[in-house]
Design a protein around this ligand. Sequence first.
Ligand SMILES: [Mg+2]
Length: 357
Amino acid sequence: MSLPSKTVFHVDMDAFFVSVEELFDPSLKGKPVVVGGQRDERGVVSAASYAARKFGVHSAMPLRTAAKLCPQAIFVNGHPDRYRDCSAKVHEVLQSFSPQVEMVSIDEAYLDMTGTERLHGPPLLAADKLHQRMKAQTQLNCSIGIGRSRLIAKVCSGKAKPHGVFYVVPGQEAKFLAPLDVREIPGVGKVTEQKLHGLGILTVGDVANLDDSFLEQHLGKWGLALAGKARGEDAGAWFEGEIGESDGPKSISHEHTYDRDTANIAQIESTRVRERASGLHNWTTKFIRRYTACFTQTGVRERKFDCSECMPPRLTINLLRPACSRTTAAENGSRRSQSPIAFATGMANRASRLAPE
Ligand SMILES: [Mg+2]
């Protein structure tokens, strides 16, 4: 395994939106809480507390489905301003631990902790200190994954939840990864999982045992990245460069659910403009119309949705750093004359060519 002798932390805040809401209303603590709107609204769940997750509630699920699964849940409206403020505090704490911090979402970050042993001690001690400082300064808990690469650290933080630390000691990466399900490799979604299962590949170990060329033949460029990931390497687009090299998250995915069905291009545009105010460029927009007949249509793809109720239309907006932006204002403008669905579908087609799924 050709992993560098680095120490990488992946810090993931525990049930972030719910935990922030608990700061403002401590009576929510320990209870099944659903953030995102009220039980009879047509929006989707932004976050669920661990107590609510036990009933099968998860993010992106319709609020009404969550209410059916967990009638005793407390439904809370989301407060983006609160989450942004808390995220800034989290960022501050992380920066006090390492000069190389990369926030990858509002509640997740990678820290390059290489060379900080004299200051913070060995990795587990440093993680313990970070837990304590995070709690003292933000009143929030986090989970910490530690490894020689971002990929290993990311997989570890999932295993550390909630409020734990998971460390893969250098040299043990292959042993750690081998028995894991292919789905646990960051970036492997349902589509890739099905493809791999079709090839008889079930575990990360199975991937690691294959020739890179075999994976490339079946999955293209993404197959090569997958081969690297199965070895624990930071392979693939999102792991390019060093930690902290970029000055912000590479992408933010944001979903907006309208209160009512809309075919109003001005309304859709105004949603996009609001997202642009964050300083990132709007790059891809996906318009998801969910039909009563249980189908979800995303661009040209159509898949069955295992939900018996009417789903609201959603607008998914992916934002990329300006340097990565490929959609020009002119391009946006030229599409205004088209119908909202055609406009959004065109964007989605482009996005689907760039992502493995
Ligand atoms: Mg989190």
